[in-house]
Design a protein around this ligand. Structure first.
Ligand SMILES: Nc1ncnc2c1ncn2[C@@H]1O[C@H](COP(=O)(O)OP(=O)(O)OP(=O)(O)O)[C@@H](O)[C@H]1O
Ligand SMILES: [Mg+2]
Length: 375
């Protein structure tokens, strides 16, 4: 079986990965030099893929990179459990040293290893960390203790880090993390996630514990001139031909959002013959929209008229100063003082996003659909 020409539901590597040369270099340098990194981008732009790529490039027995995804952590102790077990798993060289290490570095726990019935699958290490017996500080210090003992440097990569902003007592947990982590000599952190408003809350405000914790970068869109050769090559490998113009069209239509570029390219490929025509491009686009529209319908089902009107104003080209007569005479938005509330609600739903140029629709296909159906 051939490998899939386009992949869009998971992080990508190898031939499915393109560009990101600068970001790769910078992140690798940070890993090698013990510099903390913070990586933010809109959803599905390629954070996980980038971090995993850099992890795969590190070839140094003295430098151990550990990856964890904390999306499912709902409480402080969920997080400590994930944090500790991932680090123990990744730093033990043999299975039987794992339990030993766990006991050595964390007090009063009863570690258990369990295997899933599928032999190829991973095993689970459960530590039984308990808030009555274990302290936050002890767990947060675990990588430093291991790094010291083994004479190595550890980079801890935490994916979906925005979840930390959502747990109960979030700020005091963040304070504890920062105060322990900033003193560690042999451990550095790479914290990344989407939901920009949540990541921004954690990292952008002077008042917050993680303010200026590390080298912060915002993952930009992969430019069209990098995408076009990638797309045309992938088509060619399946024996089909797409013009540069139509490959460019794929990028423009989805505003270079990484996952959408691959999803649209796949749908165009699926419906086209040997040569991609304008018709097959359009059919591919309709197929893509059909896959995402149910989600948009659900996202907008409970919006108020004012909220919908603000979206209409944005789609029509207004990106700031919504309170001005020019806008309110066309789009009823309620009282002036109501506008920030509308913006907040739509931001929390991740439908809109604020950047230095104003407020924009977060998802390019949402915008396309909204323009067609809701204006
Ligand atoms: N460097 C890349 N080259 C080509 N495609 C990419 C690249 N990075 C991301 N993609 C596309 O975007 C999709 C999502 O990538 P990834 O999961 O790394 O993004 P993410 O920012 O971590 O997403 P999420 O916000 O869901 O965590 C991939 O499946 C792929 O289609
Ligand atoms: Mg990700």
């Amino acid at each position: 079986m051939n490998t899939k020409p386009f992949v869009y539901g998971m992080s990508v590597e190898g031939e499915h990965f393109t560009d990101r040369e600068l970001e790769t270099k910078r992140l690798k340098l940070n890993f090698e030099n013990g510099i903390n990194s913070i990586l933010i981008s809109p959803r599905r732009m390629g954070k996980t893929s980038l971090v995993k790529k850099v992890m795969g490039m590190i070839d140094d027995a003295q430098l151990k990179v550990v990856y964890m995804d904390i999306y499912k952590c709902r409480t402080e102790f969920d997080f400590y459990d994930k944090f500790a077990s991932t680090i123990i798993k990744a730093t033990a060289t043999k299975l039987d040293t794992m339990v030993e290490n766990a006991k050595k570095f964390i007090t009063s726990i009863t570690p258990k290893i369990s295997f899933s019935p599928d032999l190829n699958a991973d095993f689970t290490l459960s530590l039984g960390i308990d808030k009555n017996r274990n302290s936050a500080e002890e767990i947060l210090n675990l990588p430093e203790k291991i790094a010291q003992e083994r004479g190595i440097h550890i980079v801890v990569c935490i994916d979906e880090f925005q979840q930390i902003g959502e747990i109960p007592n979030s700020i005091s947990v963040q304070r504890a993390m920062r105060s322990v982590w900033q003193h560690q000599q042999n451990v550095s952190y790479c914290l990344f996630g989407s939901k920009q408003h949540l990541m921004a809350n954690i990292f952008y405000s002077r008042k917050m514990p993680f303010y200026q914790f590390g080298d912060m970068f915002f993952l930009k869109r992969i430019p069209t001139d990098k995408w076009v050769p990638f797309i045309t090559l992938r088509f060619a490998q399946t024996g089909k031909r797409i013009s540069d113009k139509l490959a460019e069209n794929i990028c423009v239509t989805v505003e270079n959002y990484s996952a959408y570029v691959q999803q649209l390219a796949w749908n165009v490929l699926a419906v086209s013959g040997e040569r991609v025509t304008n018709e097959s491009f359009n059919d591919g686009l309709e197929a893509t929209l059909a896959q995402v529209i149910p989600l948009f319908v659900e996202q907008t089902a409970n919006l108020t008229t004012y909220q919908l009107n603000l979206l209409r104003a944005i789609v029509a080209g207004t990106h700031r100063d919504f309170g001005k007569k020019k806008t309110t005479s066309v789009y009823e938005l309620g009282t002036r003082s109501n506008i920030p509330k509308i913006i907040k609600a739509l931001t929390e739903r991740e439908i809109i996003e604020t950047n230095e140029n104003g407020i924009f629709i977060a998802d390019p296909l949402f915008k396309l659909w909204f323009k067609r159906e809701m204006m």
